[in-house]
Design a protein around this ligand. Sequence first.
Ligand SMILES: [Fe+2]
Length: 164
Amino acid sequence: MSPIIWNESYSVHNSAIDDQHKTLFEIFRKLHVQCDNNDLESLQEALLELLRYTVYHFKAEEIYMVDVSYRGIIMHRIEHNYFIKRIQEVIDLQDNRSAHRLRILITFLSSWLVQHVMGEDKKIPVTATVGKRPGVTLKSCVAQELSPPAYPPSQPERISHHAE
Ligand SMILES: [Fe+2]
């Protein structure tokens, strides 16, 4: 399966969320190239980068959902936690896996992400006036409460999904 390429149909009509999704799609594109090149060492690095950036992105979305009093946050969070666990599993298993096998797992992860964006992320209210703090934007939440990881990170570190 070819890598996912971001296009307007994936837009959730919030530029900050869209930009973060584009970054995730780009990491998946890189993973597919590394599978094609049988580059297992770079794959390990890129999978850690995927984990890091996904944790950051999900946290940003969850802060935003709290700020706009989004009622679907619990189910949404369950999906986020599920995805983080699946990435972690691929990282844990990859040492003895072939690039071909990894490609199947990475394709599963990227398909899951597309389904999540099209299903759950599109349900998040992006109108600035919705919620208890009118005018709040994802960008402002991120600026106040999170700093993004260096991208691409020079020394990727394993991030625990139990860190919250
Ligand atoms: Fe999400």
